[in-house]
Design a protein around this ligand. Structure first.
Ligand SMILES: [Zn+2]
Length: 296
C-alpha cells in the first residue's frame, strides 16, 4: 500500500473545520518537481533581468556616445565652415597679392621667375592666373610660392633702387630757381646770335650748397676758363652730370659720392652773368637735358 500524505488547511478560527488534503508519494514528487520548476523559473528570470540590465546599460552608453558624436559632428561642421571662410579670405588675399605682384613686376620690370612662383609672368597685359585654393593645404602651397615671389621682388627692388641711386633725379640746388632751359637760346652776353645751352641754369644765392644729383664717381674737379669751377660725376651706365660756375668745389677727382651728397658751393666763376649753378648731363657722351631724368 502506498504511503499517503496529508496537507491540513486550517481556516481562521470558528469559521470552518480544518480541511485535509490527502495525497500519495506520487503527488509529493509532483509538488517537489513543481517547486523545483518554480525555482528554476525564478532563477531564469533573475538571470534574464541581469542580462537585460546589462543590455540597457550598453544601450545607454551607446546613446551617450552617439550624443557626444552628434555634438562633435556639430562642432566639426562649424570648424569646416570656419575653415571654408578662412580659405575664401585667403583666396581674396591671394587675389590682392597677385594683383600687387603683377603691378610691382611691371614697375620694376622684373623678368619672369622660372622657379619660385610657378606660372609667373609679368606685365599688366600678361598677368598670371590668380591661383584659387580649394583648401588650406593648397592655400599653403600658393602662399609659399608667393613668399618666393616676394623674395625675388625684394631682390629686384634692391637692384632697381641701386639703379635709381645712380640716376640724376634730384635737384642739385635746393634754393634754386630755373632761370635758363636746355637748348638754343639768345646769347646771354648780348648780340643777335644764339647759342646752344648745354644744360639748365638754376639762379641761386652765391655759395648755395650744390648736391650730387645721383651717386657716382667724380671724374673731374677743376677750373675751366669758360665753366669756372666745374665738377663732373660719372654715374655709370654712360650717364654723366656736371656742375659749373661754382665758387668752390668740395669733391675731388676720384671721390665716390652718394646721391644728395654736398659736392660744391655755387658761384659766378667762369663765363657767367650772375650767381647761378649750371647743371648739365650726357648719356654715352651725347648731351641731354639733365631734367629729362626727373620724370622717369
Ligand atoms: Zn648755363
Amino acid at each position: 500500500m502506498k504511503k499517503r500524505y496529508s496537507i491540513i488547511i486550517v481556516p481562521p478560527e470558528n469559521e470552518k473545520k480544518p480541511h485535509q488534503i490527502e495525497f500519495t508519494i506520487t503527488v509529493k514528487k509532483i509538488l517537489i518537481a513543481g517547486a523545483a520548476l518554480f525555482l528554476l523559473a525564478v532563477s531564469l528570470l533573475a538571470v534574464a533581468n541581469v542580462i537585460q540590465a546589462a543590455y540597457i546599460n550598453g544601450v545607454q552608453q551607446k546613446i551617450a556616445y552617439n550624443e557626444a558624436l552628434e555634438k562633435e559632428i556639430e562642432a566639426k561642421k562649424l570648424e569646416i565652415e570656419r575653415l571654408t571662410e578662412m580659405t575664401a579670405a585667403i583666396n581674396a588675399d591671394l587675389q590682392a597679392i597677385a594683383e600687387y605682384e603683377s603691378e610691382i613686376n611691371s614697375v620694376l620690370d622684373i623678368a619672369p621667375s622660372s622657379g619660385g612662383a610657378a606660372e609667373r609672368s609679368r606685365g599688366s597685359s600678361d598677368r598670371r592666373e590668380v591661383p584659387v585654393a580649394g583648401n588650406l593645404d593648397e592655400a599653403a602651397v600658393h602662399v609659399a610660392a608667393y613668399t618666393q615671389s616676394m623674395k625675388e621682388i625684394y631682390s629686384a627692388s634692391l637692384v632697381f633702387n641701386e639703379k635709381l641711386r645712380h640716376l640724376p633725379t634730384i635737384y642739385p640746388v635746393k634754393n634754386g630757381v630755373l632761370s635758363s632751359n636746355y637748348g638754343y637760346r639768345a646769347n646771354p652776353f648780348g648780340g643777335s646770335s644764339s647759342e646752344f645751352h648745354d644744360g639748365v641754369d638754376f639762379s641761386c644765392p652765391y655759395g648755395s650748397p650744390v648736391y650730387a644729383a645721383a651717386a657716382g664717381t667724380v671724374t673731374s674737379s677743376s677750373y675751366e676758363s669758360g665753366w669756372g669751377y666745374r665738377l663732373i660725376i660719372d654715374h655709370g651706365n654712360g650717364v654723366v652730370t656736371f656742375y659749373a660756375h661754382n665758387s668752390s668745389n668740395l669733391a675731388q677727382a676720384g671721390d665716390v659720392v652718394d646721391k644728395g651728397e654736398l659736392i660744391a658751393y655755387s658761384g659766378n666763376s667762369g663765363r657767367s652773368t650772375g650767381s647761378h649753378l649750371h647743371f648739365g648731363a650726357s648719356i654715352n657722351g651725347a648731351s641731354v637735358n639733365p631734367l629729362s631724368f626727373f620724370n622717369k
